[in-house]
Write a protein that binds this ligand. Structure first.
Ligand SMILES: NC(=O)c1ccc[n+]([C@@H]2O[C@H](COP(=O)([O-])OP(=O)(O)OC[C@H]3O[C@@H](n4cnc5c(N)ncnc54)[C@H](OP(=O)(O)O)[C@@H]3O)[C@@H](O)[C@H]2O)c1
Length: 387
């Protein structure tokens, strides 16, 4: 029985993680659950799983949560104490399914406490990858990726030695606009319709801009300690091949499954064990098509901007991430056009400049500065563009 904290338990990944817990009774004890605003769902989860602790980051729903939980079983803690919860000696695994930079503090706290971190919150790794790797190495923490592409690469890497790896190949569904001529007039409602995955709003927009693939290039470079020029992206609309590793002898190892995030979540929670599952299987008696296309890099500047961020290193990936978060928020709020997301990220990187990212403080400062600059650029576009 492993003791587990799920950060972001009310989101898409969080709810899928709880489904895996339900399917494997007796394997996990829930120590903590957290959310941002969804007090009703967090309260329902608390009543079902009886975690020792719950926390809500946005204070608006605190009274709803406090009234709905069983105080004899579950204690309501402050959002500021979530890092302490992740470091508690009773905790074995922290599953971080928070969206955005907001997840970084907890990832760092868990790694410093030597925990296994099942990491969906890719923005942590993007903003602070080298620092998180050092924290894990120094304190005995471990990062097991949940992102389906990185889970695939993690599994494919077991086929050879690190020195035998030639390239990592990240697959991308291409999102809803891969074949679209131009990005004029795209509404948030259209961009929120992903062809193969059902996910939270931020990552769905990131998938439509391919900023998600940009974030994943950076995430892979840091998770697997490989230069970004040996990480390539290929469009694979069926989302069946989750990513591949090409070895120096020319063999390419791929991981395939039907698109279901419960698989990489389960893999991370049980790693290094593989457990029997009845979730998703292929029926090879029926036709199965797997298509691959080169990514349209000129149309989706996100990929080049991500490569630039890794090349520049230091705070640059954190700036890339912060600018994208602000741009996505402005787009979802109907304040800017879809195509402006690329402009905002590029212009924020130009205006922010370079800097070291050796401490959490430097990364938090870079995130604040980049968010501020990106917010201003978004406001400029809001004034000049007609949506
Ligand atoms: N969804 C997928 O299939 C998928 C696949 C690969 C990777 N990921 C990554 O997994 C992470 C979560 O994605 P998601 O799709 O599950 O997102 P989501 O559905 O939007 O859920 C996000 C979760 O984080 C909580 N949260 C939001 N802002 C927060 C804050 N400032 N502080 C603390 N908690 C906060 C939310 O609480 P409320 O519900 O109260 O707002 C919710 O529980 C992202 O980094 C994403 O890139 C997701």
């Amino acid at each position: 029985m492993k003791n587990l904290v799920i950060l972001g338990s009310t989101g898409s990944i969080g709810r899928n993680a709880l489904d895996i817990i339900d399917r494997n009774p007796g394997r996990f004890r829930i120590i903590g659950l957290t959310a941002n605003r969804n007090a009703e769902l967090l309260a329902a989860q608390a009543r079902k799983y009886n975690p020792s602790y719950v926390a809500l980051c946005d204070r608006t729903g605190l009274s709803i949560l406090a009234e709905s939980i069983n105080p004899a079983k579950t204690k309501l803690i402050d959002a500021e104490d979530v890092s302490k919860l992740c470091s508690d000696s009773s905790v074995d695994i922290v599953l971080n399914a928070v969206v955005g930079f907001a997840g970084l503090k907890a990832t760092a706290a868990a790694l410093i406490a030597g925990k296994k971190v099942a990491l969906a919150n890719k923005e942590s790794m993007v903003a602070a990858g080298p620092l998180l790797n050092r924290m894990a190495a120094t304190h005995g923490g471990e990062i097991i990726p949940i992102d389906s592409e990185h889970s695939a690469i993690f599994q494919c890497l077991a086929s050879g030695k690190r020195t035998e790896v030639a390239r990592l190949i990240l697959t991308s569904s291409g999102g809803p606009f891969f074949r679209r001529e131009n990005f004029d007039g795209i509404t948030p409602e259209e961009a929120l319709k992903h062809p193969t995955w059902n996910m939270g709003p931020k990552i769905t927009i990131d998938s439509a801009t391919l900023m998600n693939k940009g974030l994943e290039i950076i995430e892979a470079a840091y998770l697997f300690d490989i230069p970004a020029d040996r990480i390539e992206v290929v469009i694979h609309p069926q989302s069946v091949v989750h990513s591949m590793v090409e070895f120096i002898d020319g063999s390419t190892i791929a991981q395939l499954s039907k698109p279901d995030m419960r698989l990489p979540i389960q893999y991370a929670l049980f790693y290094p064990e593989r457990i029997k599952q009845d979730l998703v299987q292929f029926d090879f008696s029926k036709e199965l098509r797997l298509d691959f296309y080169p990514p349209p890099k000129d149309k989706f500047r996100s990929l080049e901007l991500a490569y630039r961020a890794v090349r520049e290193a230091g705070i640059s990936p954190a700036v890339f991430n912060a600018a994208n978060e602000q741009a996505v928020k402005a787009f979802l709020d109907h304040k800017i056009q879809f195509k402006r997301i690329f402009d905002i990220v590029e212009e924020t990187m130009n205006r922010c400049g370079l800097g070291d990212a050796d401490t959490l403080e430097q990364i938090f400062t870079a995130n604040s500065k980049a968010s501020h600059i990106a917010g201003n650029i978004a406001a400029e576009f809001e004034n000049t563009d007609k949506f």
